[in-house]
Design a protein around this ligand. Sequence first.
Ligand SMILES: Cc1cc2nc3c(=O)[nH]c(=O)nc-3n(C[C@H](O)[C@H](O)[C@H](O)COP(=O)(O)O)c2cc1C
Length: 183
Amino acid sequence: MNKTVVIYESKYGYTRRYAKWIAEELSCRIFKKRNFHPKDFSQYDTIIYGGGLYAGGVSGIKLITQNWHLLSDKKVVLFTCGLADPGDPYNISNIQKSLSKIFSEEMMKQICLFHLRGGIDYSRLNLIHRSMMSMLRRMLLKKDPDTLRDEDRYILDTYGKCIDFTDKESIRPLTDYISSCSG
Ligand SMILES: Cc1cc2nc3c(=O)[nH]c(=O)nc-3n(C[C@H](O)[C@H](O)[C@H](O)COP(=O)(O)O)c2cc1C
């Protein structure tokens, strides 16, 4: 019996929503990262980890990188949840560049990646996140407008608002992949 677990860290709830949908679809257990003890990796064959993207990093990803010795014989699936459109190959390439700084080559080979689109509600951001987004906005406003990418313009247009791109259907490639592995 292939045992699967979903573990996630979510600051504002977008990754949590995806993690819940995935666990429901796969009928498997789900844990917040802070409630999961690494010794319990031994109970599972497939580990699905989800985290929000923050300045290129993945929230809580140390659970995977620091416990890699417990994961080498397991199927490891990572889903990121970010604002950037994963339908744009430029964004995927940026995410993968950031991930290659976090993971060793061996890890990159073993981890199966999926990118899901989350959202942002500026009214709920903590002070640090709010000032990071304000810095990003100032930086974009200083650029020559003709050099801005659509994604940059979108950040400027929606700055201060509440946007939600979460879409249950977008988990399908991930859940189909897991189902195909467990035959
Ligand atoms: C300070 C800050 C930095 C962010 N950096 C990125 C980023 O590098 N790439 C991206 O796609 N989204 C980025 N986002 C958007 C978040 O990934 C998005 O809000 C996501 O849905 C958060 O998921 P969570 O609420 O589950 O943590 C950033 C958001 C904030 C507030």
